[in-house]
Design a protein around this ligand. Sequence first.
Ligand SMILES: CCCCCCCC/C=C\CCCCCCCCCCCCCC(=O)SCCNC(=O)CCNC(=O)[C@H](O)C(C)(C)COP(=O)(O)OP(=O)(O)OC[C@H]1O[C@@H](n2cnc3c(N)ncnc32)[C@H](O)[C@@H]1OP(=O)(O)O
Ligand SMILES: Cc1cc2nc3c(=O)[nH]c(=O)nc-3n(C[C@H](O)[C@H](O)[C@H](O)COP(=O)(O)OP(=O)(O)OC[C@H]3O[C@@H](n4cnc5c(N)ncnc54)[C@H](O)[C@@H]3O)c2cc1C
Length: 669
Amino acid sequence: MAAVDGGEVDHLAGERATAHFDVDAMKVAWAGSRHAVEVNDRMARLVASDPVFRKDTRTMLSRKELFKDTLKKAAHAWKRIVELRLTEEEANLLRLYVDQPGYVDLHWGMFVPAIKGQGTEEQQKKWVPMAYKFQIIGCYAQTELGHGSNVQGLETTATFDPNTDEFVVHSPTLTSSKWWPGGLGKASTHAVVYARLITQGKDYGIHGFIVQLRSLDDHSPLPGITLGDIGGKFGSGAYNSMDNGVLRFDHVRIPRDQMLMRLSQVTREGKYVHSDVPKQLLYGTMVYVRQTIVADASKALSRAVCIAVRYSAIRKQFGSQAGGPETQVLNYKTQQSRLFPLLASAYAYRFVGEWLKWLYTDVMQKLEAKDYSTLPEAHACTAGLKSVTTSATADAIEECRKLCGGHGYLNSSGLPELFAVYVPACTYEGDNVVLLLQVARFLMKTVSQLASGKQPVGTTAYMGNIQYLMQCKSAVNTAGDWLNPAAIKEVFEARALRMAVNCAQNISKAPSQEEGFSELSPDLLESAVAHVQLIIVTKFFEKLQQDIIGHGVKEQLQNLCNIYALFLLHKHLGDFLSTGCITPKQGALANEQLGRLYAQVRPNAVALVDAFDYTDHYLSSVLGRYDGDVYPALYAEAWKDPLNETVIPDGYQEHLRPLLKQQLKFSRL
Ligand SMILES: CCCCCCCC/C=C\CCCCCCCCCCCCCC(=O)SCCNC(=O)CCNC(=O)[C@H](O)C(C)(C)COP(=O)(O)OP(=O)(O)OC[C@H]1O[C@@H](n2cnc3c(N)ncnc32)[C@H](O)[C@@H]1OP(=O)(O)O
Ligand SMILES: Cc1cc2nc3c(=O)[nH]c(=O)nc-3n(C[C@H](O)[C@H](O)[C@H](O)COP(=O)(O)OP(=O)(O)OC[C@H]3O[C@@H](n4cnc5c(N)ncnc54)[C@H](O)[C@@H]3O)c2cc1C
């Protein structure tokens, strides 16, 4: 089914006719199943057809109007979810297509998962039903004004008082003010607050507590609690719909049973008891969200790419001979070499996101069975993939803006807001550099264990092949040889392993492991990126081994997979050359093959973005319209700007007229 929201003429019909594959079948490959295509389509249309979910004037609203609009949309979404008895899958998609960050994201995305992950069964029974019925609204209050990345450095205290069987939650300093939690500023009634647990005079470090913040009668802050929004953020519209907040506690008392006690408990007498589980499970909610952020990266990236590809097929510049038509900018090789790797990345992130969801579910099942062995790998994969995919996506959205020339800078292109709303993903849920250093730490540990004969498993299994990978040389001889998955995998594995081993060797020369790690951290980041890119490439190849149905679909995905891998090889040529994995000649052959692949993608480009199945409402871009009727839409959109409500601007009488009529003369004239 086409995703037109009402266009009459299809200006991109010619582009669609050149596709060499079945677009409907590609929609299935992209969405994961025919069922997923159907539900996505139904929810996207439900949102697009509802006037409450309009967002075309969003960037023109004041902060207060925008926030109120978000409250309205969230309440309306919930009403529709209940009325239509939507399933959790449908409700999640409805939220996605409403496409406006708001308190519900943190309520469902972090508050509920934190209670489910860290609360006892009894606590879950008490709090989860209230949250599911929206009798309470919750947020995730971890970060403080002075401490974000370093969770162990948080200052808020929760001191047990055995006289009253309560915890006293307190913000001892300005820097201990909770700062950033989404939904906290204005909407939440409750929070999961992370604080240092102190009992019997001893500090047991960071633990989670459920704290009521606002009255359930009139929404006013409870005694001892200071609350507010932290202020406007980057861009118009965008993340300003979210009430990121500040919170201070002045000796606020909560019952003992509001400490989340699945991992550790405080008894009635104040004795601290830690269960027999890894303490890192305290970070479980972050692992869960990082995994969802990877899936979201492909959404944001594919959206930007869809806009840029469609517009590049419409936009014409130069090349006209004797009054003939100008050239579609999509035909320029430079445009293709900038755009098609991003198209390939969108597909790559979609598939690695699917795999990561599987890995997460698998780890959760193992944890239920008290098998904690895969926890370090789950942490490294979620942290690394979150980091690499969000950084690349943020850069790619900005590149798509440039690929759309001047019009890409207009709010009506949809790209400025998409960039502004997306870019904090590089920071929230763990700064990308901090997370990559966690991956590097995991890699260094794995390398150090190789010497003891311990066989690495999962995504580091390739390191077990160290004898071969440290000395192998690529056998690629022609550009076409780069189409062999084994040739690509071998050089990506060799590059990742050699970079990790080089780092490990250099660290071992330092006076201490810690000093070496710190000194080598820029190299360690690159090593972590190489490992994560290997994972993405490998999972794309594995996807191609699955049963992929539909005329020409597999061939297109093969091209995209090769583009993704060879583009990375080209971009990081220095790594591959300096580690001796390939020769300069082989690097040049990879580039030659890349050019050929771009030519194969060109006739399929518009159909490949159609397969994302986005409605015009979701894209909210005049440049990315399904029908390609860009110019009338751009022209019409301009007149909607509040500045055009009057012909003579406000301020003319006070400031322009006196200037134009002034008698004062610049003395030199
Ligand atoms: C009918 C139903 C209806 C349903 C209706 C549904 C409607 C749908 C509506 C909405 C749904 C929307 C869903 C939206 C999704 C959510 C969107 C969220 C938006 C994002 C908001 C952002 C929120 C935040 O930012 S929260 C704050 C995040 N903060 C951070 O990430 C901090 C980062 N820092 C850290 O994680 C840590 O400090 C650290 C890891 C950097 C360091 O920690 P440390 O000091 O304690 O550790 P060490 O480095 O010393 O390591 C020790 C040891 O631990 C291992 N480790 C570390 N972390 C982990 C981990 N997470 N898991 C496992 N292991 C870990 C580490 O590797 C070390 O191991 P060793 O073996 O080496 O010792
Ligand atoms: C839009 C948005 C929403 C958010 N929502 C929430 C929320 O709902 N709940 C919540 O609790 N928090 C939330 N946060 C906070 C967020 O999780 C933190 O901002 C994030 O974890 C980064 O921490 P920081 O701000 O302390 O950065 P910092 O750690 O201060 O980073 C500053 C710089 O220092 C570098 N750096 C830091 N440590 C190291 C190191 N060890 N080695 C090398 N470099 C380092 C970083 O790379 C970065 O360049 C949100 C933030 C944003 C922007």
